[in-house]
Design a protein around this ligand. Structure first.
Ligand code: 5GP
Ligand code: ZN
Length: 114
């Protein structure tokens, strides 16, 4: 838990969110400002600022969950593709400094720019 961290507050249920999946290590929620309908973010329950701080067991688990969420999303939304992306550092476009991975459904005719 880190002070003044919006994702720690979401993990602690102090700020509400829509949960898609949860286990001992991660919470998967819908993005408040989705790039496309169904945009999900995978958030580790422990506070890591970015990938540079994260241990590899947690990183592996997060990618396993990204794989499962992607397959479930493709089935549920019948999307044509999925972007999995993850920003580390201000220079890379990170805006919330608690590690998270984006899973974004895509359609051949959508106009999403990432
Ligand atoms: P970043 O730019 O750091 O990779 O992504 C941060 C993401 O967190 C953005 O897509 C933004 O919409 C999302 N976000 C920021 N604040 C909240 C919040 O309070 N709730 C939820 N569900 N998503 C948030
Ligand atoms: Zn945090």
């Amino acid at each position: 838990m880190s002070n003044n961290c919006i994702f720690c507050s979401i993990i602690g249920n102090e700020i509400s969110s829509t949960t898609i999946y949860e286990d001992a290590v991660v919470k998967v929620i819908t993005d408040i400002s989705p790039a496309n309908k169904g945009h999900a973010i995978i958030i580790p329950k422990k506070h890591f600022k970015d990938i540079f701080e994260m241990d590899e067991d947690t990183a592996s688990h997060i990618f396993t969950i990204a794989s499962k969420i992607s397959k479930a999303m493709k089935e549920a939304l019948n999307c044509d593709g999925i972007n999995i992306l993850q920003n580390n550092g201000e220079a890379a476009g990170q805006t919330v400094f608690h590690f998270h991975m984006h899973v974004i459904p895509r359609y051949l005719d959508d106009t999403v720019t990432i």
